[in-house]
Ligand binder design. Structure first.
Ligand code: IMP
Ligand code: MG
Length: 173
């Protein structure tokens, strides 16, 4: 596994995360939402983003696994870990990547069953060319090409989440 190219630098990420927070600060000023962060990939993005938020909110982490140790989506998503009562609440759902969309779509469907008031999706990267389901994220950090990415929380086989930038990798090297 070798880093091929840095697609988004640390500085670009920092600037964009602040911009997203500024937009959320306007949209959620009076909503007292629940932020649900999808582990593990969005832990760094979430921790950076929430430090810029100036409205009241509750925070929880959930798990949704669709990939295992493979780079291909199975289309199946397992959801766990939600332990706040979210009924009638406005939800901000944070994930690292919107790729095929299976994960976010499945999560949205589950959250709807729990009778939430609204769901707003936020992702740091979006790979529009890979989409398999009809889904657009409400807030997107960066649109990226169809490459396998690591860094800023994203992993290949649970490694390289700590890289401060977002990089495309050659997974065979
Ligand atoms: P989706 O269900 O295909 O949209 O996949 C979303 C999940 O797959 C993300 O939350 C990531 O955990 C993982 N994923 C998709 N693409 C990549 C990638 O390029 N690098 C690392 N993880 C990825
Ligand atoms: Mg993930």
């Amino acid at each position: 596994m070798k880093v091929k190219e840095i697609l988004v630098s640390k500085e670009q990420i920092a600037k964009r995360v602040k911009e997203l927070a500024d937009e959320l600060n306007v949209a959620f000023a009076d909503k007292d939402p629940i932020i649900l962060s999808v582990l593990k990939g969005s832990f760094i993005f979430t921790s950076d983003l929430v430090r810029y938020l100036n409205f009241p909110f509750e925070l929880d982490f959930i798990r949704a696994s669709s990939y295992g140790n493979d780079t291909k989506s199975s289309g199946k998503v397992k959801i766990s870990g939600l332990d706040i009562n979210i009924k009638d609440r406005d939800i901000i759902l944070i994930d690292d990547i919107l790729d095929t969309g299976y994960t976010l779509k499945a999560l949205i469907n589950e959250l709807k069953k729990l009778r939430v008031n609204s769901i707003t999706t936020v992702v740091i990267v979006n790979k529009p060319s890979r989409r398999k389901v009809d889904l657009i994220a409400d807030y997107v950090g960066f649109d990226v090409p169809n490459e396998f990415l690591v860094g800023y929380g994203m992993d290949y086989q649970d490694r390289d989440r700590n890289l401060p930038y977002i990089a495309a990798v050659d997974i065979d090297k």
